[in-house]
Each structure stands twice: as C-alpha cells, then as structure tokens.
Design a protein. Structure first.
Lengths: 141, 142
C-alpha cells in the first residue's frame, strides 16, 4: 500500500512523534525513511538477535512478545527498535505483526544522525521514554 | 567548600550525563548549575510536587521512595528529577538524602534550553532513560 508523497506527509503530520515538524521538515523525514509493508504473522525484530532498525507504524498492529508471551501491542503512531539501537544491544523481545503492517523504516546506524538533524523528534522521543518510565519502579521523579 | 568554576566544569565533564557535550554547553552548565547540600533525612524532592529541576548526585547517597516503597538507592554520578522536567508532570517519587549529600541542581528552564541547543545532551538523556527502561524489564518496549 504505497502512499503518494503527499499522502505520506499527511500521515506523518498526524503522528505525535513528528507533531512539532513543519511541512518541509516532514518531507525531509519522509525522504530519509523507507516505506515498507509486512503481512500478518511476520517477525520484524527477533529477541536476542543482532540486526537493528527503527520503525514508525503508519498503519496496522504488532505484538511485543517475550519468550512467547505478548507484553504489549503497538499501533499507528507508535515506534519501536530505538532502544536496541541506542544501547547497542540485541532486542529483548520479538516484534510480530498482528495485522498487515505499514511502517517507515530507518536503518539502525542512521538513527543517531537522524535524531541530531531533527531535535523536535528527539524531544518527542525523550517525552515518550519519560512516560514509559513514569509508572515503573525505575522512576526517579 | 564550594567548587571553583574550573573544578565544577571538571566534575560536570566526568558525569555520564554530560559525556561528549559541547564545550559551550559545559560552560553554560558551569554557570547555571548550583551546588546544594542536604543533611541526612532531608527530602530533596517530594512526590506529587511540581518539578523545578534535575539533580546530579556529587557526594553521598539518596533513596528514591514512592508511597512506602523504596525503589532505588542512588550514588554519585546518578541523576534524578529529570522526568518532571521533561514532561512537566508532578514528581513521581520522593528522593531522600540517606547521609550528608551534595548535588548539582539544574533548573528546568536551563535544562530545557540546553537540550534544545545540544543534541548530544538529549541523546545522553534518552540513553540514560532507555537503559533504565530495559533494566526494569517490566514493560519492555524494545
């Protein structure tokens, strides 16, 4: 399901990760990332295996699965893969598609440069991390 | 005994949170970061309060408390208070000095200003948070 460039940029404009970007900046993001589709039942990331990528979900749903158990579901606007890249460690969970999935994909080695080039995206990611930590026992205020 | 600017800059540069930040940022940090001393038992941060800044532990130890649960003990080099600065929500936990403690305090507006101008600092902060999410193991997100 390839979107036209305009449709893709419109879709990105609605995602909170990119909410602070201007239209030209959104076009840059669309240009740097690759649009990909995966069928249902596909494993995109493998627990314990090397191989990294940063993914932003445009449409569809995935399960975050550890040792065979689903610990979370992610959908449109969610992103995954960044933790492994930022820490230089293998994924701690499988990511498996639950429905037909459309994503934007950026290769692992390109993520840091991408974040440096787009500070508002980095700030949104920072806020998402803060939210994930808030309700855990790793909160430090 | 307060640190001289040079000593403060040297201490800051060694902290993992500020590893690799620009010398401009280090100069700015030295200028805006204030040293604060706390006696044992003092609540540096209280759960539910509005967050006004982030703290980096220089000397001593602190405990992180939520409700009646002790969540962690932090040691020099660790930082706390950053979540409330990032998301402007109330403090999610209290932090109490276990012993006489010295911190560097960085006000919210100064930190946010630095984050805006120094991508390395943002990256360091994200990495710090991501490492803790992964340590948590509870709700791993990749």
């Amino acid at each position: 399901m390839a979107l036209s460039q305009d449709e893709l940029v419109d879709t990105l404009a609605g995602l909170s990760l990119f909410a602070d970007l201007s239209r030209p900046q959104l076009e840059q993001v669309a240009h740097k990332m690759a649009e990909e589709s995966y069928p249902v039942g596909q494993r995109i990331l493998r627990q314990g295996f090397t191989g990294t990528g940063f993914y932003v979900i445009l449409d569809g749903e995935v399960a975050v699965r550890i040792d065979g158990t689903d610990v979370a579901h992610l959908g449109k606007g969610d992103f995954f893969g960044e933790m492994s890249i930022l820490l230089g460690e293998p994924p701690v969970a499988d990511i498996v598609t639950l429905r037909q999935l459309d994503v934007l994909h950026l290769g692992g080695p390109e993520l840091e440069a991408f974040l440096r080039d787009h500070p508002p995206v980095m700030y949104r990611m920072l806020k998402t991390m803060a939210l994930r930590l808030r309700n855990t026992s790793q909160v430090r205020s | 005994m307060p640190l001289s600017d040079d000593e403060k800059a040297a201490v800051l540069a060694r902290l993992p949170l500020f590893a690799g930040v620009s010398s401009d940022s280090l100069t700015r940090l030295t200028a805006v970061a204030g040293e604060q001393d706390f006696a044992a038992g003092y609540y540096i941060v209280r759960q539910g309060q509005v967050g006004t800044g982030l703290y980096v532990l220089l000397e001593g130890r602190v405990r992180v408390i939520r409700g009646s649960d002790e969540l962690a003990v932090l040691v020099p080099g660790d930082f706390f208070g950053e979540l409330a600065v990032i998301d402007q929500r109330p403090r999610g936990a209290s932090v109490e000095a276990i012993e006489a403690t010295r911190c560097l305090a960085l006000a919210s507006w100064d930190l946010l200003d630095l984050l805006e101008h120094d991508p390395q600092l943002s990256l360091n902060l994200i990495r710090g948070l991501v490492a803790r999410i992964r340590d948590q193991g509870e709700h791993p997100h990749h």
